[in-house]
Design a binder for this molecule. Structure first.
Ligand code: PLP
Length: 348
């Protein structure tokens, strides 16, 4: 549900087919192939107009491995790391598995579903790290460029490591998403990205990080020992994806149509209170007027009308029983049909 439904672009698959025939497909360097790292550095110049040296890029086995590597390199047991609630559940779980205290910070309408300096400054106790995601899963909300800069500056000032999850960049419906990469204030920040979402290469298990100088050697050693290298075939194929921007942007136009269908139809089905959905492919609904048990509501929705949504408890330990997440990464026809069923369900 949280993944593009189509295949990777044709050029990527053709590059993979060529590599299968011609390449030995052994290990690569732990940080990834020089060519892909260079290609990613060029992407920062063309997409954002910022200079990121290829040496600071670490190709990873999905952004999931990137998160694990950065957390292992940056923090130790007992450290305290703030994440937004609602937020991506694996953050909480990975931190917990590594004995790092996850400080789940409630965010909502008032803070536009994102962490802010104001919210963080009010927290009690020491903080060692902050994780932000823009666009966010599950809310789709985004940080403005000045908000990213403010967060980076505040973290730098207080010696707090910022991790910026930028894996939904490219899937935005208004202004483009701002990267922390290349920001002077974000000198010690870790930037995480992925080929899974905008680039539609979910199962190829490939992501990347922009690593700050002081963590570079630790990340390289950890990557070498934990993974040896990211998947070679995927790395060779991924070079081609940066030449598929037109095709990928057409998919984003499809997500936008799906989003518009649901924004038009969901209120009539009883789901009127939705987070902004500036990007990604999710709509996060406040269903407190329908239930105080979103897991039960989702189970019933699936059993009775065959529409799957994710209960908010996956994302939010505080308010999740009264929220749920719809994904519109599927086809337009599926969105139309889901909306039709949801409206009819309400009328029953
Ligand atoms: C916010 C966020 N970060 C990271 C990931 C991990 O993605 P991957 O490991 O495929 O790059 C996901 C997947 O849904 C996500 O939503």
């Amino acid at each position: 549900m949280g993944q593009p439904s189509g295949q990777a672009p044709e050029r990527v698959r053709a590059a993979a087919a060529r590599a299968l025939k011609a390449e030995p497909l052994g290990y690569t360097l732990a940080l990834g192939t020089d060519r892909l790292r260079q290609r990613i550095a060029t992407h920062y110049a063309t997409a954002y107009g910022v200079r990121v040296p290829a040496e600071r890029i670490c190709v990873t086995t999905g952004s999931s491995a990137g998160f694990l590597l950065s957390v292992l390199a940056a923090f130790g047991p007992g450290d305290r790391v703030a994440v937004a609630a609602p937020g991506y559940p694996a953050y909480r779980n990975i931190l917990k598995a590594l004995d790092i205290e996850c400080v789940a910070v409630p965010v909502g309408v008032d803070s536009r579903w994102q962490l802010s300096v104001e919210v963080l400054a009010r927290l009690e106790g020491r903080l060692d790290g902050v994780v932000v995601a823009s666009p966010s899963n599950p809310t789709g909300s985004m940080l403005a460029a000045h908000e990213v800069a403010e967060l980076a500056t505040w973290c730098e000032l207080h010696g707090i490591r910022l991790i910026s999850d930028e894996i939904y960049h490219g899937i935005t419906f208004g202004r483009p998403a701002a990267t922390a990469a290349g920001m002077a204030a974000a000198e010690h920040a870790v930037i995480i990205n992925s080929f899974s979402k905008y680039y539609a290469m979910t199962g190829w298990r490939l992501g990347w990080m922009v690593v700050p100088d002081d963590l570079a050697r630790a990340v390289e050693c950890l990557a070498q020992n934990l993974f040896i290298s990211p998947p070679t075939l995927s790395q060779l194929a991924a070079e081609a994806v940066f030449d598929c921007i037109e095709e990928l942007d057409a998919r984003v136009a499809g997500y936008r149509r799906n989003r518009d269908i649901l924004l038009n139809e969901l209120p009539a089905a009883g789901f009127g209170r939705l987070a902004p959905s500036d990007g990604a492919f999710y709509l996060y609904a406040d269903v407190s007027d329908l239930t105080s048990d979103s897991r039960e509501l989702c189970a019933r929705m699936l059993a009775e009308i065959g529409v799957a949504a994710t209960p908010g408890v996956d994302f939010d330990p505080f308010e999740g029983a009264r929220t749920l997440r719809f994904s519109y990464a599927g086809s337009e026809a599926d969105m139309v049909e889901a909306a039709r069923r949801l409206k009819a369900w309400r009328l029953r």
